[in-house]
Design a binder for this molecule. Sequence first.
Ligand SMILES: NC(=O)c1ccc[n+]([C@@H]2O[C@H](COP(=O)([O-])OP(=O)(O)OC[C@H]3O[C@@H](n4cnc5c(N)ncnc54)[C@H](OP(=O)(O)O)[C@@H]3O)[C@@H](O)[C@H]2O)c1
Length: 237
Amino acid sequence: MEMKIGFIGLGIMGSRMAANLQKHGYRLVVFNRTRSKAESLLANGAEWAASPAAVAGQVEVLFTMLAHPEAVKEAALGQDGFLAHLPPDALWVDCSTVNPSFSKQMAAEADTRGVHFLGAPVSGSKTQAADGTLVFWVGGAALDLVTCWELLNCMGSKIVHAGGPGMGAALKLVINQLLGTTMAAFADGRLSVLVYGRDLENSVQATGGYNYYPYPNGSDAFISEPRTFGIRISKKW
Ligand SMILES: NC(=O)c1ccc[n+]([C@@H]2O[C@H](COP(=O)([O-])OP(=O)(O)OC[C@H]3O[C@@H](n4cnc5c(N)ncnc54)[C@H](OP(=O)(O)O)[C@@H]3O)[C@@H](O)[C@H]2O)c1
């Protein structure tokens, strides 16, 4: 029988990642708190499940891509949570950005139910999610990574096995930390430019500003969208 893949969490990132699995021919069973975000996947043949538990009853591999640890916990262990309903030996891949101790806790919860678990948060944003060029930072058993390698390859262009449970989350948070501190330094430099009375954009470009900003759109995005990556997004505890 053809394998069905479960996908829970169809926001900015999850909807695009699930669409890439679909483009590669995988059959999807999906759930999202807000059903309207699933419409384009459903129009392309995905099946809707009425709850996280209802997804779990139909799949052997399940992806989650949710906002924060509380949302993951609710989907996995809350009322109608999926964890108690996944078949033994199923694989749960959590791509949400969470903190390392939470990821370890979910690995342990999965283990007590005979479910395999990988924490696999991503670097890249909605463009990379749409293009299938995300980077996956994976924490968990190497054999479980082998099981889902082809699936991750549909959604990303680089897969890093960071180590055991929680290590993918740890590396991902280091990336966020670098992003945050780089932006703070850039903002500081920007302020100095203004204090010295120079034109901001010319100064940024004259000093090679495109290399300062870690997003592909370079310093233009920083100047036009100064709150792109706020503390609210990077807070994961
Ligand atoms: N956006 C990026 O550039 C980016 C890049 C790398 C990593 N990430 C990480 O990827 C994850 C998803 O981000 P996103 O940008 O796709 O966020 P998003 O568009 O806000 O989607 C968040 C998802 O979580 C669900 N959710 C939120 N709170 C919930 C709750 N209390 N109960 C159940 N479901 C809940 C949302 O459901 P509804 O649709 O019903 O709201 C939605 O499916 C986050 O962990 C984020 O840090 C994001």
